[in-house]
Each structure stands twice: as structure tokens, then as C-alpha cells.
Design a protein. Structure first.
Length: 229
């Protein structure tokens, strides 16, 4: 599956390499010329118009490989998107992911704010990249377009992927061809973890009470430990 296929460059390349491909995107395939290219190439690729939040195995099937390139930072709910992708993959199936990062942007602003020399920028970025944080760019300062939202560090995206049902996560922040090697972006791969086939299950997010706790409490300090409300 090629999620965020747009006009289909990866869809048709995957097909050329022998895959049976389903393309998923919210765009009209006639406007993005996906259908025109499909006709020219006499392609058998299937196009499904819809969003990743609604991508379910009951309607789309189960896949060996999912390509998720240049999408997650356009989403306000990237964790949900990865949970959906996990359910689309067979156990041990592969996810290939690519997207934007906040690391270099935040490192530059931190260096400037603290008055640190430019020579320390690389070290600042390395330290920042090891922190599991994500920048919600409501003011669109990193990419100047309203459709860009979450920008994680490498460690943050790795943690999200593990929590969302993936293992053997291998990510790298580097320049790549998606943006003509102009700046560093995240890219890598992971496997669908058989131990966590449904990461969206409520039990993975909140405590689920098994009995009614009617113990009277006077204040928060006296509240039973390891209980959450």
C-alpha cells in the first residue's frame, strides 16, 4: 500500500518492481492525474480515495508492505495514523516511512536564543534529536504552508512507532531525494510487531477499571497509588 500516493510515482514504481499495489489518498485521482498515468501505463494498481484515519483491514485488506512517505507531518493525529497502518500490515510486515523533523529548526533557535556559536549547532542538534519531543507548528514556521503540523525528533518518532505496534525501528535523520537533498528529513523502516496487533485498543491508552472503587478519600495525597483518573 502506498499511503499519500498523490499522482502515483511510488505506486507505479512499486508495481514496476512486481508488486500488486493499492494507492490511498484523499485527493481526486483525476485532478492529480493518477488516473491519466494509470491509463498510459496500463496499470492494474487500485486507487482508494480516503484518509489514513479510516483505513481499516476490513475494507482494504492486509498488506506485506506499506509506504508512508511525506505524510505524517501533514496530520494532526500522526499516532492514530500509525496505529491504523499497523492493523493494515501482516505480522512482520514492513513499514517504510519518510517525513519532516523539528530537530534542526529547534537546534538553530536554541543556539540563537542562548547566543551559542555556530560551531556548536551540530552538537545542539544531536542532543535535541535524542529527546522524544515533537513540535506542533501552528504558526507554520518550519514549512510555510498551513497543512503542516507535527514535526518530531528521531527519538520521538521512534517511540511513537514502537508504541503503535512496530519493532526493529531503524530511523535516520539525513538529506534525501524527496526534497532534492536540501535539508535533513527522517526516513527509515520498521516491522509490524506480532505482540501488538491492535495498538489502538483502549487498554493501551488508559487504565480500565475492573471494579467500582468506592474508597473514600480526603485529599489527593491519600489517594491509592498507581490509580489514575
Amino acid at each position: 500500500m502506498d499511503i499519500g500516493a498523490y499522482d502515483g510515482p511510488f505506486t507505479f514504481e512499486l508495481e514496476r518492481r512486481g508488486a500488486q499495489v493499492t494507492a490511498l489518498d484523499i485527493q481526486d485521482p483525476d485532478i492529480t492525474v493518477f488516473n491519466a498515468v494509470k491509463k498510459i501505463k496500463n496499470s492494474a494498481a487500485l486507487y482508494v480515495r480516503g484518509g489514513v484515519y479510516d483505513a481499516l483491514p476490513e475494507t482494504l485488506g492486509i498488506f506485506d508492505l506499506v509506504l508512508f512517505a511525506g505524510v505524517y507531518y501533514h496530520l494532526k493525529n500522526p499516532v492514530l495514523s500509525l496505529q491504523r497502518i499497523r492493523k493494515l500490515l501482516k505480522d512482520g510486515g514492513e513499514l517504510f516511512i519518510e517525513g519532516a523533523s523539528a530537530t534542526d529548526h529547534l537546534a538553530e533557535h536554541l543556539n540563537n536564543g542562548l547566543g551559542l556559536p555556530k560551531s556548536s549547532l551540530r552538537m545542539t542538534a544531536e542532543i535535541r534529536d535524542r529527546l522524544p519531543i515533537s513540535y506542533f507548528d501552528a504558526e507554520h514556521r518550519i514549512y510555510h504552508h498551513w497543512s503542516n503540523w507535527w514535526f518530531p525528533t528521531t527519538r520521538c518518532l521512534e517511540a511513537i512507532m514502537v508504541d503503535s505496534g512496530f519493532r526493529n525501528v531503524d530511523l535516520e535523520l539525513k538529506k534525501n531525494a524527496f526534497y532534492n537533498y536540501s535539508h535533513r528529513r527522517l526516513m527509515g523502516r520498521a516491522e509490524a510487531d506480532p505482540a501488538k496487533p491492535d495498538p489502538s485498543d483502549q487498554k493501551h491508552e488508559h487504565m480500565v477499571a475492573t471494579k467500582d472503587d468506592v474508597t473514600p478519600t480526603k485529599d489527593l495525597a491519600s489517594y491509592p497509588p498507581n490509580q489514575h483518573r
